[in-house]
Design a protein around this ligand. Structure first.
Ligand code: DI6
Ligand code: FE
Length: 405
């Protein structure tokens, strides 16, 4: 029996380990895998004399932790490219929404779609994310907005998880929008989530987290607080779409419930940033939505940095505001639109994305004992991953030490 299952030699590492300077670079390195985990890594000159069942030279390529997309709405039916075209021609989003377009058009299509149709289209998007180096993906419900349709969406997430090498983490986002049946009674809908949808989801173990959309066009802080108290009772961690289009006190609300993440944050104020820092909540920035909505108010990047709030970057892949299926592209956008450094972008797509999912103990950096989820890239330096746009730089993706197609 060999000591290791796989030994990779002749590669450079960007470990992204916490506190390590300069991407955690280790040049001229080797990395060994045993039982799906990283068993050893370091400079090739220090490699211990152990045996490996398989040994491969990577020809001087760069390895990083596999990327993690910690915020997506990957499962949906229908198509809103026509709406996008109308918005470019000057039609207001509010007018599109008023005639039944917007989120509710995706809700109609998703309610009417069968499981296979939802699965196939989400699976295509999942493969596209994987092609950008992603091995872990969070997927939200939120286009069902009734008991059966929210369960259907989470069932599709479960099917994707069962049939994919990637790790899928599922989030109940029933509080995404007020459904037409409750258009005059958002409180009644929150009660339906608390009393029926959430308990059923917990009973069937269909979700890992609970999310909500805190915004004038969706739910207010007291409504979400009620939902989050119920999530707490039922033992599910929470995350929040906060302060995307207006300052609704979302960051403070997320912090109050010790949310794993608060996402968007364009309009978050200083007090909100301090609250996130005190709560240990990760800020998830979503440049694809910022770009598509033509936003001009940037998230408070300097304040987040000064307060030491961990910053993650994600695609927010969804048909309305962020038709984006690539994490390398999300990093490229975060650098240009938000001024994140290449190292911040890469940490945001690995270490801090893992933190936002509560998975940092097990992935998100290249360190001994962590899962061997590793992306191998055809680049000259890790910063190239942020510099290039629309370039397919991925050479190989290992998940738990096994190359995936
Ligand atoms: N924020 C957004 O930008 C999207 N959802 C959310 O919570 C919009 C989703 C959509 O338009 O379908
Ligand atoms: Fe979102």
């Amino acid at each position: 029996m060999a000591d290791w299952d796989l030994l990779l030699t002749d590669l450079h590492l960007a470990t992204l380990a916490e506190g390590a300077p300069d991407f955690g670079l280790v040049r001229d390195a080797a990395l060994a895998v045993a039982d799906g985990k990283i068993a050893w890594l370091g400079p090739a000159g220090e490699l211990p004399g152990k045996s490996a069942a398989e040994q491969r030279s990577l020809g001087g390529r760069w390895a990083t932790p596999a990327l993690i997309d910690c915020h997506t709405h990957l499962i949906f039916a229908g198509d809103r490219a026509g709406e996008f075209e109308e918005r470019l021609a000057g039609v207001a989003y509010a007018d599109i929404a008023a005639r039944g377009g917007g989120i509710l058009s995706t809700v109609r299509a998703t309610r009417n779609a069968d499981i296979d149709t939802l699965y196939e289209s989400a699976h295509t998007r999942l493969r596209q994310l994987a092609a950008s180096g992603v091995a872990t993906v969070e997927i939200k419900s939120g286009y069902g907005l009734d008991v059966a349709s929210e369960l259907k969406m989470l069932g599709v997430a479960r099917n994707l998880s069962d049939t994919s090498d990637l790790t899928i983490r599922a989030t109940l986002l029933a509080a995404h929008s007020v459904p037409p049946e409750y258009s005059d009674d958002a409180n009644g809908y929150i009660d339906l989530i608390c009393e029926e949808i959430l308990p059923e989801v917990v009973e069937r173990e269909l979700a890992d987290y609970v999310d909500a959309y805190c915004e004038r066009v969706a739910f207010d802080a007291p409504q979400i607080a009620k939902l989050f108290r119920r999530a707490e009772e039922l033992g599910l961690p929470v995350r929040l779409h906060a302060d995307q289009l207006s300052d609704g006190g979302g960051a403070e609300l997320a912090a109050h419930f010790k949310a794993l993440s608060a996402d968007h944050l364009e309009y978050t104020n200083e007090a909100g940033v301090r609250a996130l820092a005190a709560a240990g909540t990760t800020a998830v920035l979503l440049p694809g939505a910022f770009l598509t909505l033509n936003e001009t108010q940037q998230p408070p990047i300097d304040a987040l940095r000064d307060a030491g709030v961990p910053i993650a970057v994600a695609t927010d892949c969804n048909p309305g505001t962020s038709p984006l299926c690539s994490m390398t592209e999300a990093m490229a956008l975060a650098s240009r639109l938000f001024g994140l450094t290449p190292e911040e972008c890469l940490a945001g797509a690995t270490r801090n994305a893992a933190r936002a999912l509560g998975l940092l103990n097990d992935r998100g950096t290249l360190e001994k004992g962590k899962r061997a989820d590793i992306a191998v890239w055809d680049v000259n330096h890790p910063r190239d991953l942020v510099y290039w746009m629309g370039r397919r730089s991925l050479d190989e993706l290992l998940i738990a030490g096994i190359p995936v197609a």
